[in-house]
Design a protein around this ligand. Structure first.
Ligand code: S3P
Length: 171
């Protein structure tokens, strides 16, 4: 496992909504026998409500503060796990590598659009308007690139992505 990741022996998946962070994270966990933690799910559990309700009741700035808190907790308390982040976390947490080795699941916006079903759009307040989502995507790409220690082409089947991530973090 690479040690250039700061203190914790975690793998941290970043990327835009719909890039497959949770799916790949679960598969990585299954393949390695590690625990899988989804930062969005941690926030939802702690708040006792789903993300759309948090956005609706308290606003995006409040949600971003929760993301910063959860990132701090992950860096301080979690070891040896697979962590999936929300698509905006790399924009509000400066050094995700304090949590672990940062892996960017890279996928073109056109592919993301094809993957996000209307139901999934509903669960993502920032994807209600695809034109807005595309602007966000363009603004975030450089941030993902900057935070990433490993960049993976996410336009492949999950098993191939998992194997590439494992061979990259082990080298
Ligand atoms: C967000 C992405 C979502 C979730 C929230 C905000 C974003 O997570 O954190 O709706 O700003 O891109 P996913 O990337 O898992 O959809």
């Amino acid at each position: 496992m690479a040690t250039s990741s700061g203190c914790a022996d975690n793998i941290v998946l970043i990327g835009f909504m719909g890039a497959g962070k949770s799916t790949v994270g679960r598969a990585l966990a299954k393949r390695t026998g590690r625990y899988f933690l989804d930062a969005d799910a941690l926030i939802e559990t702690a708040q006792g409500k789903a993300i759309p309700s948090i956005f609706h009741d308290k606003g995006e700035a409040y949600f971003r503060e929760l993301e910063r808190e959860s990132a701090k907790w992950l860096a301080e308390c979690v070891r040896g796990s697979i962590v999936s982040t929300g698509g905006g976390m790399p924009t509000v947490v400066e050094r995700l590598r304090d949590i672990g080795t940062v892996v960017y699941l890279k996928l073109p916006f056109e592919k993301i659009l094809g993957r996000i079903t209307p139901q999934e759009r509903e669960r993502r307040p920032l994807f209600h308007d695809p034109a807005h989502a595309e602007r966000l995507f363009r603004a975030r790409e450089p941030v993902y690139e900057k935070q990433a220690q490993i960049v993976v082409d996410a336009d492949r089947d999950v098993e191939t992505i998992v194997e590439e991530i494992l061979s990259s973090v082990e080298n």
